[in-house]
Design a protein around this ligand. Structure first.
Ligand code: GLA
Length: 388
């Protein structure tokens, strides 16, 4: 069993004097390609990474919920029938948001005791929040035997983040944290919520390079980009009636009507429309095992995010350039919302550790900060409530 699961189980016993009933874990993610497309009803291709949030839990008498975070060495208690946003213990709001929405949907949940711990770097754009939501939902589903199908649970987790935590995000992160498969990338159609698992060659590793830049601008700029995409749809709909999202606009249609759009809006739309195409092409390449072709698409994606979507930053660009000049790296680009956080890279497994060392020392020389670099293989989605 996973190390984190053993740790939360053991701590549950030490803190609460008995064994937990269930344990779950949910992974973080990194997106290989398809950036800023999920909220445009488009396509994405993330993988789960082998970093997780784990929870051990038991039901309790009455209606009190007790959450014990081992990472923060702090505990939060609240009655399940009266859930309020916690301005001090921000980490607890993900569990609270999920519990709140489950109750709002009529699910019967009562008191419980939960111990949690994670090893997903926080604030780095690797979806520790989505993992926390998915782990919370699975814990409550398992403990109270809730009839909660996967896709409903995923949407509920997204809603918890949008409405309770107050961060607008698409569906990608929660989806992949729940339904990823080990050794595969996940292709997801964010409108239909249809998906497929595409085997990821074992000769390659996913390398995640953390610039160590906090994503200060990410949430305000994220909302601005969403607004610009919506404006693009509104204006293009004058000529293309029936379109609901940028997903519905082909590149030819865009090129024909782009003069209707303010320049900035046109650039945003061009990124999204071309990025959706890249995800579809990338899917075919990955299926054929053409990693170099896939790497070229990652390169194009990065430059589109830098020039057209304008969500990159000097540190992300530096990290991508360093990776692209490193032996064994076949693809590199920024990943996630942008303005800091991480790049995602595909590197040959025999070169992975040397690449990690070389990028690390060159980035430190250029930027004056030591980056963190994690190697991963595509991991399995959330473990669905292991009964102990
Ligand atoms: C953040 C959001 C995702 C997605 C990416 C950009 O990570 O949480 O839903 O929109 O940005 O691709």
């Amino acid at each position: 069993m996973n190390k984190l699961i053993s740790e939360v189980k053991k701590s549950f016993g030490e803190l609460l004097g008995c064994d937990p009933e269930v344990a779950v874990r949910a992974p973080g993610r990194v997106n290989l390609i398809g950036e800023h497309t999920d909220y445009n009803d488009g396509f994405v291709m993330p993988v789960a990474i082998d970093r997780f949030i784990a929870m051990a839990a038991s039901k309790s008498e009455g209606e009190e919920v007790e959450l014990h975070s081992l990472d923060y060495t702090s505990s939060v208690r609240f009655p399940i029938s009266h859930i309020e946003y916690d301005h001090q213990n921000l980490w607890s709001n993900y569990f609270k948001g999920v519990a709140y929405l489950l109750r709002q949907d009529g699910y019967k949940i009562g008191g419980c005791r939960v111990v949690l711990k994670g090893d997903i770097p926080q604030g780095a754009g690797l979806s520790s929040s989505a993992a926390l939501e998915v782990a919370s939902a699975l814990t409550l589903k398992s403990l109270f035997a809730l009839p909660l199908p996967d896709k409903k649970m995923i949407k509920l987790c997204q809603k918890a983040e949008n409405e309770f935590v107050g961060v607008r995000c698409g569906i990608m992160d929660q989806f992949v944290s729940c339904l990823a498969r080990q050794g595969s990338a996940l292709f997801l159609d964010c409108r239909e919520l249809s998906y497929g698992h595409i085997p990821f060659s074992d000769e390659f590793r996913v390398m995640i390079c953390n610039t160590m830049v906090r994503r200060e601008l990410a949430s305000s700029q994220y909302n601005i980009r969403r607004g610009e995409c919506e404006e693009g749809v509104r204006l293009l709909a004058q000529k293309l009636p029936g379109i609901k999202a940028l997903r519905d606009v082909s590149l030819d249609e865009f090129l024909q009507h782009q003069h209707l759009l303010p320049q900035v809006v046109a650039k945003r739309c061009r990124h999204v429309i071309k990025e959706n195409k890249r995800v579809l092409e990338g899917t075919e390449m990955l299926k054929k095992g053409d990693m170099h072709g896939f790497g070229r698409l990652m390169h194009l994606s990065h430059y589109s995010l830098k020039e057209d979507y304008e969500v990159s930053c000097p540190e992300l660009n530096c990290m991508v350039e360093l990776a692209e000049s490193t032996k064994g790296v076949v693809g590199a680009r920024m990943t996630g919302a942008g303005f800091g956080g991480c790049t995602v890279n595909i590197v040959h497994r025999d070169r992975a550790e040397a690449a990690q060392r070389s990028i690390s020392s060159r980035y430190k020389k250029e930027m004056g900060v030591a980056p963190e670099i994690y190697l991963s293989t595509p991991a399995e989605g959330a473990l669905k409530g292991v009964f102990l």
